[in-house]
Design a protein around this ligand. Sequence first.
Ligand code: PMT
Length: 346
Amino acid sequence: MATSQQPDGQSGTIFSAETYFATQPPPPSLEQDVSRVKDFLQRQLKDGRKVVLVTSGGTTVPLELNVVRFLDNFSAGTRGATSAEYFLKAGYAVIFMHRQFSLQPFSRHYSHSTHPFLDFLEIEESSPKSSTSGPSSRINVRPSEEPHLLEVLSTYKAVQRAGTLLTLNFVTVNDYLWLLRAVSQEMSLLGRHCLYYLAAAVSDFFLPRQKMSVHKIQSGKGSLHIEMDQVPKILKPLVAEWTREGFIVSFKLETDPDLLIPKACQALARYGHQVVIGNDLHRRKFEVVFVSPKASAESKPSGYEESWLRIDLNKNPQKEIEEDIVAELVGRHERWIRDAIVTVRT
Ligand code: PMT
């Protein structure tokens, strides 16, 4: 393994965002992605649309420069991909920043693991006499699948025609951090008309480039010891510097339900953003909690309030909790925009 020093000469460094971006290289596709984001935002601005950035899926931490092994963060991308569809339905333009190969809006309905698309296609063999030239068989969609496919496909095509969905992807936590910074800086030009929905599961620890082995780490020397550094808490500069007026929603995933509320309050106190959505790993498909600062008469926060959102999957197994999460946030975002207008007028 490369044994170069930490950038600031310490070990077990906690990188500030500034040090991080000064020492870790940007992904090669960054410039091109930023230019796509700029064009997209210009179009949405012209059409007067609100824009939401949805981050989705887990980031990886490569252990080698020629990467064979990496650590991964849990997330299939269901929350992000599903929510993106409901934001589009609510009239938002969506920048969908997701882990490569994780679930995406629309195509998620036909994921290879839960609903493989080959399984709902049928081959219709034509009789040998009728096929003088060309293919002798046709592909049909199984009739029972057709209504749902038609609905998904027509919404997807309408979104494509409207140009309201931009997809960007990341793999490593480094890609994610650079992309999040660049996109949020561009989005800040929309002022309060932008919403951040940070559903991605982001690595807390990483291996700086300067400490990474160039080649595959060799086995045969007993156990492997790797010291990782802490990833900067990116919500801090996001809120305080990159996008001061955006409505920012972060997520908190816990496996101990008793930690959800305290951890959510801690995040709000630390970063000063608008909402934390807490979810328990095993209950996340039917229960979440919104934690937000309690507004006082002087419009300064005085403590935090929680509100639980639950759906009954026994009564309605097709229901997606993201529909209600997005509806709640659209209302809160609307009030956030209105409050600014009132504050400016008074
Ligand atoms: O995709 P699914 O399988 O449906 O799962 C969805 C989910 C459970 C992953 C999702 O709902 C969720 O909870 N995502 C956040 C997971 C989490 O707890 O992340 P975190 O503790 O690493 O980060 C908390 C928040 O800060 C997140 O909004 C994260 O995007 C953001 N963060 C974290 C670290 C960091 N360096 N920068 C960040 O922006």
